[in-house]
Design a protein around this ligand. Structure first.
Ligand code: BV8
Length: 248
């Protein structure tokens, strides 16, 4: 795992807003919904080659294999159900402003009821043209796409997913939300992938910072590590925060 950059980097301006919670989630939060993670024993990148299936070069070399890989994941993600962790995060909206910044490409946060979700790495349920800096996007939910299905601009439709070597989406927005949160809850990510993992360092010094995972090689400075399953730990945390806010 790449080392976590030192904390004395320039911080975006922004005062922590007392009732703002920002959740930074990764594939581990969807594991209990039956969706695979990436780097665990049976993770996707231990089964498939990300270089071949989640990179622009792989798309150029064999687009059919890439489309098949994402068609299968899109169908599975569309069949999956939100779990107790997704639902607990959505329930916090009863008493807090909650922004979910996710590396995940499934829609389980939205389907659990979260109303403000920022996808850094794109969404399985969307596809886009395969050329240009601001391609047209289409929502296809759980449907497959095939070679020959074209965007209005005439280019082959591709998954609206951020591959390795491609710029992540909404990063500045995500950075601002982390910097103005009174609480930062990191759930189900190995903090391997950048620049997403660098978001943790933008949390305010006075913010409450919690990290939930099955295991964590190196716990970031200032974060409280709660080891265990998201589906068990996050509902307890949410209940405590709701009680503190006087909500039941
Ligand atoms: C870019 C596609 C530049 C979507 C993914 C420094 C700065 C910037 C870039 C880099 C850098 N160093 C290296 C890079 C390059 C690269 C990178 O980070 N490489 C890594 C491998 C070292 N980054 C990039 O290429 C990024 N792009 O920087 O572009 C640029 C700039 C301007 C203009 C042009 C270009 C793009 C990164 C996005 C790549 N796309 N996937 C898809 O197919 O799904 S990454 C992939 O990893 C997924 O998106 C995933 O979300 C993400 C992170 O993985 P995790 O979610 O953390 O999953 P993982 O398996 O690792 O861990 C699971 C965790 O869950 C574990 O901690 C486990 O304990 C826990 N867990 C499991 N079960 C449970 C649980 N916890 C609780 N409960 C459970 N039940």
């Amino acid at each position: 795992m790449s080392s976590i950059p030192s904390l004395n980097q320039d911080r975006p301006s922004g005062k922590a807003q007392p009732r703002k919670i920002v959740v930074l989630s990764g594939s581990g939060i969807s594991a209990e919904s039956g969706l695979p993670t990436f780097r665990d024993a049976k993770g996707l990148w231990n089964t498939y080659s990300w270089q071949e299936l989640a990179s622009p070069a792989g798309w150029q070399r064999h687009p059919e294999a890439v489309l098949a890989f994402y068609n299968e994941r899109r169908a599975k993600a569309w069949q999956a159900q939100p779990n107790a962790a997704h639902r607990a995060i959505a329930s916090l909206e009863g008493a807090y402003e909650v922004v979910v910044v996710t590396q995940n490409v499934d829609a389980l946060h939205e389907r659990a009821g979260s109303s403000h979700v920022v996808h850094l790495h794109g969404e399985l349920a969307c596809v886009r043209g395969s050329a240009g800096a601001s391609p047209r996007r289409y929502r296809i939910d759980g449907d497959p796409i095939a070679m020959g299905q074209l965007c209005e601009d005439g280019t082959q439709l591709r998954p609206d997913i951020v591959w390795f070597g491609e710029a992540v989406q909404h990063f500045d927005d995500a950075e601002m939300h982390v910097a103005t949160a009174a609480r930062v809850l990191v759930v189900g990510t190995s903090l391997t992938v950048y620049p997403a993992a660098s978001l943790l360092q933008y949390a305010s010094r006075d913010a409450e910072k919690v990290l939930v995972a099955l295991d964590m090689e190196e716990v970031p400075h200032g974060y409280t590590f709660l080891q265990g399953k998201a589906g068990e730990i996050v509902p307890t945390l949410a209940a405590r925060w709701l009680a503190e806010a006087g909500a039941t």
